[in-house]
Ligand binder design. Sequence first.
Ligand code: GLC
Length: 719
Amino acid sequence: MNFYELSDKVFKYSFGNPINTEAVVTKGEKVKNEALRYFNIDDTEGMRFTYKMTKEQVVWGLGENLKGMNKRGGIYDSFCSDDPRHTPDKKSLYGAHNFLVVDGKETFGVFIDYPGKVIFDIGFSEESSLIIAIEEKDVEVYIITGEKPLEIVREFLSIIGEGYAPPKWAFGYQQSRWSYPNEESVREVAKKFIENNIPCDAIYLDIDYMERFKDFTIDQKAFPEFKTFAKEMKDKGFRLIPIIDAGVKIEKDYDIYEEGLENNYFCQDEEGKAFMAAVWPGRCHFPDFLNPQVRTWFGLKYKVLTDLGIEGFWNDMNEPALFYTERGLKEAVSLAKVSENENLDIYSFFKLKDSFNNMSNSLEDYKSFYHNINGDKINHYKVHNLYGYNMTRAAGEGLNLIDSSKRFLLLSRASYIGMHRYGGIWTGDNHSWWEHLLLNIKMMPSLNMCGFLYIGADTGGFGGDTNHELITRWTQFSIFTPLFRNHAAMGTRKQEPFSFEEETIKNLRNTLELRYALIPYIYSEYMKSLKNKDMYFKPLSFEYTDDFSKRVENQLLLGASLMITPIYEENSLGRYVYLPEDMVLWKVKNYQERIYEILKGGHHYIDVGLNEVPIFLRKDKAFILGKHSKNVDSLNNEELKVIAFVENETTYVYYDDDGTTKDYKTGTHEEVIINIKKCGEDDFAIEIKNKGNTKVRVLNLEIIDTNGRVHKKILSVET
Ligand code: GLC
């Protein structure tokens, strides 16, 4: 084992001959050996790291995963999986995010940098043991020390590199469905948004926009004039976001297929032939994204679509999903050759049944193909979790070559730690189940811990049918997630906001308008989290140190100033909330009406009508509210509201930038720093500093004092 010191808080232990995943960007100094802190190691079979937990310790992290925010009591397989049924018994979803923080009297973080399967048994097999197991002996383990979970997370975020910033328009509402298959259907969706006065920034194109599901092609019958059409839609205020899948269709004369084959750009089977498996297009080959040359080749293909006016993409099926291989099909078909009157014993019956059920995404198939990593032939199974990460990296690097100054929207389904530098993620094929709304809430801070900030779920649920209540409650939560997209599967009930009855449409419109009015705050908090290596969503206990906060799994801190308490249960017209301190409650029906109520610290039941979004403002904090518009490009934020709850003093830093270029990376941005200090009963001293060239001209202050009185002031911003 080699030991490296990355900083006085971050330590790397390198075992065997690990594969460089490029998750961590900080290189450390190699120093003398030392024992792996906190863990006992058993290397008789693979590697097994064990830590004895005390009863009071909470375990946070693991990014996109099932179960609670506190991961104790669960067993999780870190192995990117295309499994659309996210039921509580499942162990893996689409991402592999091997970072967790043990929080208690002894507090530390651990990141297992290993690109194959990792099992996290967190008090599942043995209540007091945290056991991390891998099948091999080549692994890098990072231990991060610090007093508090947030401090540890921020150390971790600083070693994995700055995250991805989408363009500002990507903070608008986005509408998707599998599929809007042709120009007419997309036009119709746009028309309904306009007619119903519902804001929206983007419409997604699912696989049917392609010709026979071939990446970087367009079905000419469905979209005969794609470039003109994309412009027509943009002029109306909607950007189009096409999907790109990992599998490349095997079809003679299809350029991507031909070039990939000719240059050996595809993953190879045991015999050195391009590995073949079927996905949507039928039989496909799979680009070897772990090879930098292949990444450049594939990444530059996005130009086919950027040349047509496209500014955003979603990369899908990149675990990679494999519907079947020749091997799997052959096995199933041979077993199926039984005669109707055969009396199958239970073993042969289940074998037959399972041979079809297990045909997709089988381990045997994942073990049957290879990558070329710096000339070495590496079995896919060993590096499985790097595939989606590197597909999206290919896109990110490609888009950077295509236009180095422009920010593109980029999403991925599969991911590994480090991918946050290139794009965001959506949380895959959830269902229109209330349980999945709650899961969505719980996942958000865990993903932030792993660097992923541009995140969100398929609002309303992907599989199954939503109803008016679920879409309303889910939308009321998703207005706070940076990625805010409503997406549904083929064959399910329509779930665009205008697909419901008048009252629901009205509630959804009001909720979306609130989102747009909150964009100045959401964007400011997003960009500050990115720049300052911070979390946008936090569990309560990452800021409040009282014992009860650690137990709260269904409320989140949002940015510097707010706490949200979503309704996630059917038929609920209210919920229990826990307040670690006095806070202001604003139940938003319509953001233009603001009635504030002070709730004392402690436990409360609050009524929340189906037409209300509860927002809590923390003590000595402030947030910003703008006005809605039909889309982000047409927001006018020259006049902003500053809503503050002041007992003593608060400072809010409002961040903004051009929202389209990468100039923010070199420090080009605007800041308005607002300081409000209570000086007497009705007297507040207000100081406004303007750094950079802010577009804000007027600030309308609403200062709520501890008696619940609102003091209004209008101030102009000096330039
Ligand atoms: C996958 C994606 C889903 C998409 C579908 C068809 O299931 O996760 O979002 O709609 O494929 O492309």
